[in-house]
Structures are given as structure tokens and as C-alpha cells.
Design a binder for this molecule. Structure first.
Ligand SMILES: [Zn+2]
Length: 444
């Protein structure tokens, strides 16, 4: 494949990612820096925050990105090796309101990528496509002056902020699995600080991920924490993805409380103090969630899957909370900033649960349904996947549905469940999910 084709393949709908070094490499990263600098100048922004995860490739990629930005006269504030939420947090505490996390998130070690915030807004869709053109064409600096480099630490400020916001009613015994991701050391400090009696699994940063990939949405990666919970005296388990923007929760008996079900607890809690507020959930979420939001006096908003798309929707609607089935939770009430933060969500959860004698019982009593996992069918190309989904949309006829939603593929709700078909934004494939209240209905 030609270099331009390789570079092009890194630009997804809501972030930039690919295999290192074939697609994402120093050349790519430098060009990205040059291009983002030009975008920042056009918005009259003079500086940007940079942070990176614990992957082996992240340091050189960050340095190349930094060089591109400096070469085109943007000042860089390098905040070092930090979870992605700390990059987002720093953008709220610095005049630039802009930041880039160099991170491959939960993906295997040979992946890397970039999550970009400019002027408090995530980059997605058309803006990512514009960026692509810049990266393909820019490889030399256009500014004579060079930007200044500064290093700053935001981790302490971040931990202190959560510590002053979240109050546990009593100490809790918690086990965390951070899968050797960059989130490990921060999670340990933070959870101890808010008052947890903490046990840790794989807290050391190791970009080769020797124990399991830092992707807690795959139950195979939760086996260790599940068996630890069963044999230890820990009350609850928290699993974070590699860069810490996602959270998964496991009860004492080893039951995984999937994120859309966990949202029910957050929804009930937040709507108590913020009645009639808007709550966003993604298209893959359980039917129960909408019902609970309505029951609790909130306004439900269903939206497309994808962390950048959800962040943009929060800005547009001023919803107080959003959640995705992938484990991204976005708190936007008076206590937090509206970005996806697995660490903050984990602390908030412990605050709620610390009021009860048996946290696992509270979680396991949340309304439940039967769902299929995400069923993925690979297609030769993304356009092929889109074509198939379009065909479904055009030919769909079924009388017994209660609602049809077409913002992201086709979701058909029935009284007793839903079916969803959509094309993936990250890989050439079709994704399907089905939910019902009993196995027989699910089969139908
Ligand atoms: Zn992540």
C-alpha cells in the first residue's frame, strides 16, 4: 500500500488510530503536529496540552507530534505519561482549552492513536477529514518562529479535585484491575486517597501488556478480577481500560454489571438532585435505561455510539450525564466537566455504594434483561457495510414495533426488547445487538 493510503486508513470517524509503525509512525505524528498547529493558529489558540499513555511507541510519537507543533510556532505543555482523562482535565485548567492524548486506549500493544480536543471540543467527522488532508500534504514547517516547550504536572491537581468532590460514607474494600495500562499508578493513588482499602491487579505500567489486553469490555480480560473477588474480602471490583477513560464493574459474586445497566444507578442518583435534566445514552443501550430515565423524571436522549460524538452531543444539549455501552461515562453535573472519565465514574460509584451495607446486592438488583453480545460481521470494506445497513433500512417492514431510530443504523424497539444493526465506525464490519426480557423472545 502507498504511504498516503496507509495514512488515510488511520482517520476514523471519531479519532485517529492504527498499527505502529506501518500506519502510525514518527513521520505521521510530525505531520499531524504541523497540521494541528495551523488549525490552532486559525482559531487564535497559541498553546496545547500533550500527554501520552504507557505504550512502548507513545514516547517517540509524542516527541514527533510535539516537534511538529513547536516547528509551526505553537507552545506545548507536556504533561507526561498520564491517563487520557487527565489530558481532558488539563484542558479545562489551562488557557489553551486544547489537548492531545497519544494513546492506543484498550487496543493491542502494536496499536497507537490520538484523541484530540481543540477549544474544548472533540474533533470528529468533517474536522477529522480536514486533518487527514493536512497530514497527507504537510511535511514542512510554514512558520519561522518556534513555539516554547513547558512541562507541567496535572496529576496531583486532578486527584485533589476528585478527592474534594467525592465523599465516601465509609471505607470500602475494592479490587482494581488496570491491565498494566497507564491508568494504574493514578488509580492506586486516587482510590487510596478517597478512602478505599485497596487491592490491585496489574497496576504497573507495561506497554507490552503481559497479563491481558487492557480491554475490560471483553469478559476474557475480567477472569482474574472475577476469581479474585470470589476468594478475597473485597466488596466490589473496578476494571479500567488502558488509558482510563472507561470503567467496568464486577460484584462480589463475579457478576459483570454492564455499563448501560450501571447507568441506571447513576441516572437515579443524579436525577434526584437535578430533576428534569437530560441524559444521553448510546444506540446500543438497554431499553430499561430509557424507561428508568422517564420514571425518574429525566429527559432521555438516544445518540450515536462514539466518545467524540457523545461529547459533542453533551455540549449541544447540556445533558448532565451520558453513558455508552462501551464503558465511557460522562458526568456533566455541577461536580464534573462532561468528558469521559473511568476514574471519576469509579469514584462516584463508590460514593453512591458506600451508603449501603451490601454494595453488590444494590448492583445486582438493578433491572436486567437478556442481550446478545455485540455480533460483528466483517465486510470487505466500510462502504460495503454501509450499503448493507442501508438496504435493511429501506426494506424494513414489521408492524409490531413501538419505535424506529435511524440516527446510527437501524434500531427497532418492541414492547419486549429491541434489535439493532449498524455499520462500525472503526473497522469494516456490521454490528448487531438484540435484547429481550426472556430467552424465547430473544430468539425471535
Ligand atoms: Zn480508552
Amino acid at each position: 500500500m502507498k504511504k498516503s493510503e496507509l495514512f488515510t486508513s488511520a482517520f476514523k470517524e471519531y479519532d485517529i488510530r492504527g498499527i505502529v509503525p506501518n500506519i502510525i509512525n514518527e513521520d505521521f505524528s510530525y505531520r499531524l503536529g504541523l497540521t494541528i498547529a495551523i488549525i490552532l493558529h486559525s482559531k487564535n489558540i497559541k498553546s496545547i496540552i500533550l500527554g501520552r499513555d504507557g505504550r512502548i511507541s507513545s514516547k517517540v510519537l509524542l516527541l514527533a507530534l510535539q516537534k511538529g507543533l513547536l516547528d509551526n510556532n505553537i507552545n506545548v505543555i507536556n504533561i507526561g505519561q498520564v491517563p487520557t482523562p487527565i489530558v481532558y482535565f488539563a484542558t479545562h485548567h489551562h488557557i489553551s482549552n486544547s489537548g492531545i492524548a497519544v494513546t492506543g486506549s484498550h487496543n493491542p500493544p502494536n496499536y497507537n492513536g490520538f484523541k484530540i480536543i481543540i477549544d474544548n471540543k472533540p474533533l470528529y467527522g468533517k474536522e477529522i477529514r480536514n486533518l487527514k488532508n493536512g497530514v497527507l500534504n504537510n511535511n514542512t514547517r510554514i512558520f519561522k518562529e518556534r513555539g516554547l516547550l513547558q512541562t507541567l504536572d496535572f496529576t496531583k491537581k486532578y486527584i485533589n479535585k476528585i478527592h474534594s468532590t467525592v465523599k465516601l460514607s465509609k471505607s470500602m474494600s475494592v479490587v482494581i484491575d488496570t491491565g498494566n495500562g497507564v491508568v494504574g499508578p493514578t488509580a492506586v493513588k486516587l482510590l487510596k486517597k478517597i478512602g478505599c482499602n485497596l487491592k490491585t491487579l496489574f497496576p504497573r505500567i507495561d506497554g507490552s501488556f503481559p497479563n491481558h489486553y487492557p480491554n475490560p469490555s471483553d469478559p476474557n480480560n475480567l477472569k482474574t478480577i472475577i476469581s479474585y473477588l470470589k476468594k478475597s474480602d473485597c466488596e466490589i471490583g473496578l476494571a479500567f481500560d488502558g488509558d482510563g477513560d472507561r470503567l467496568f464493574v464486577i460484584t462480589k459474586s463475579g457478576e459483570i454489571i454492564w455499563p448501560d445497566r450501571l447507568m441506571i444507578l447513576f441516572v437515579r442518583n443524579l436525577l434526584k438532585n437535578n430533576p428534569k435534566s437530560k441524559i444521553i445514552y448510546d444506540i446500543k443501550s438497554t431499553k430499561n435505561l430509557k424507561n428508568i430515565i422517564l420514571e425518574s423524571g429525566g429527559i432521555p436522549i438516544i445518540w450515536k455510539s462514539g466518545h467524540s460524538l457523545i461529547k459533542a452531543k453533551i455540549k449541544q444539549t447540556n445533558a448532565i450525564l451520558a453513558g455508552e455501552t462501551s464503558g465511557h461515562f460522562f458526568f456533566n453535573d455541577s461536580s464534573w466537566y462532561g468528558f469521559d472519565d473511568g476514574l471519576y465514574a469509579g469514584c462516584k460509584l463508590l460514593e453512591i455504594l458506600s451508603k449501603f451495607d451490601n454494595p453488590s446486592e444494590i448492583l445486582e438488583s438493578l433491572p436486567n434483561s437478556i442481550t446478545t453480545p455485540e455480533i460483528i460481521i466483517n465486510t470487505p470494506s466500510t462502504s460495503e457495510a454501509k450499503k448493507i445497513v442501508k438496504k435493511f433500512k429501506n426494506n424494513f417492514t414489521h408492524e409490531k414495533h413501538t419505535q424506529i431510530t435511524q440516527i446510527d443504523g437501524l434500531r427497532v424497539d418492541y414492547n419486549n426488547g429491541f434489535g439493532l444493526i449498524r455499520s462500525s465506525n472503526t473497522t469494516p464490519s456490521i454490528m448487531m445487538r438484540f435484547e429481550a426480557y426472556n430467552q424465547c423472545d430473544l430468539e425471535k
